[in-house]
Design a binder for this molecule. Sequence first.
Ligand SMILES: NC(=O)c1ccc[n+]([C@@H]2O[C@H](COP(=O)([O-])OP(=O)(O)OC[C@H]3O[C@@H](n4cnc5c(N)ncnc54)[C@H](OP(=O)(O)O)[C@@H]3O)[C@@H](O)[C@H]2O)c1
Length: 486
Amino acid sequence: MSENSANIGVVGLAVMGSNLARNLASREGNTVAVYNRSRAKTDELVTEHPEAGFVPAFSYEEFAASLQKPRTAVIMVKAGRATDAVIESLVEVFEPGDIIVDGGNALFTDTIRREKAVRETGINFVGMGVSGGEEGALRGPSIMPGGSDESWVTLGPILTSIAAVAEGEPCVTHVGHNGAGHFVKMVHNGIEYADMQLIAEAYDLIRRGTGKTPAQIADVFAEWNRGELESYLIEITAEVLRQVDADTQKPLVDVILDQAGAKGTGAWTVQTALSLGVPVSGIAEATFARSLSSHAEQREVSRGLPGPADDAQSNWTVEDPEAFIEKIRLALYASKIVAYSQGFDEIRAGAAEYDWKIDLGAVSKIWRGGCIIRAQFLNRIAEAYDTETELPVLLTAPYFVEALQRAQAAWREVVATSARVGIPAPAFSSSLAYYDGLRADRLPAALIQGQRDFFGAHTYKRIDKDGTFHTLWSGDRSEIEAEDTH
Ligand SMILES: NC(=O)c1ccc[n+]([C@@H]2O[C@H](COP(=O)([O-])OP(=O)(O)OC[C@H]3O[C@@H](n4cnc5c(N)ncnc54)[C@H](OP(=O)(O)O)[C@@H]3O)[C@@H](O)[C@H]2O)c1
């Protein structure tokens, strides 16, 4: 170990940490100190990558001593208690002005708590969302740092050097203070859930409606990837569908157990949205669809439940497969617009609640490369926010209105067909219901207000005069002015 020789350090050398450390080491001017709780990972990384010129440390003291001041360390350990344990150890050996960065998938409220606690020691704490999986960490992820402006001065150039580049621009921006980075990363993952579920529903409808094989559907997705749906998720869907299982020679997708896992960020996005009062129905349906799929026992006892009366499901095929596929494409695009619009809504609401100044256009730009939801489409979102920074509903931007207009008939037909033949398409149908709710002149919420006033004297407002009112339901049913109790 050589003293003060590294300008940045990484703690936690599992797949993400070691790849991020290699990425950092590969950039001009960086010398990277590395530390892992158990020594074996450090030894392995340093031995396997002599070209990186790592400075290995085997204690937190050595790690701190190997770093130039202000010391900057990125933690990449299992999110949760491990993160707290590492922070505690680093705080003991770091000094005021140093920077601790948590690059794990922390819950943003934990990041807010940690930032507050660490700040009291004079050390800077930055919660940083990193997307792109292990490949992204190595070659260039999309990076969503929060934390103070002061930390960004030191961190900005380093992160800019390792981030993915999209259309010449680095996929990193200082998202906002304290937990803003992890908040935005959480919503990114929520949108990813919705996008994946929509793609899965599109695949299912095409397969069952046209009888095409997974390999043939792979061609459909590859074709879609050349148009407005171009994205990493569409691209890898084609790859997965084309894969043949070596053991059985069947399409791999047919031998994979149909129970989707989840690591919790989708659920966090939905829980947070519920607290903020933001309807992220596409993300919620996608998260619930994964839960439903993994309830094997419930699915088993429910298999024999009645379906469409005329056996429509088992006999269903479409007359014109190519026309049907185009309708699915349009429905997918429209539903995707809804999912992203809802996700950006959640970021806006989070920013208002936690007092962050988040540039939504900049967020959409840093998602164009490196991350799982990278897509052409994000340019359109950036344009929408560039034109109107405070756009209240993303899908009302002219470009999206045109796309939604084009998709109207197809979207409705796809949702209606799925209901008629009994094929679940929760993300397609909830996106459409949200869209219709949003554009409705009047909603039956008026009736709900009446019901609430009836059983709980919760009061209501009127459309024709100011004030708050209550009907004396158990009295003479006349209306009185009342205190606003919501
Ligand atoms: N995998 C992905 O695609 C991905 C993408 C984005 C973000 N992330 C996030 O990146 C972080 C790292 O992910 P990963 O998959 O590389 O690793 P991981 O499996 O989540 O965590 C393993 C690492 O955590 C360390 N660790 C566990 N408990 C510890 C403790 N009490 N004290 C110190 N170190 C401890 C382990 O050290 P030992 O070797 O000593 O056990 C090991 O280095 C996670 O927060 C993850 O959510 C992952």
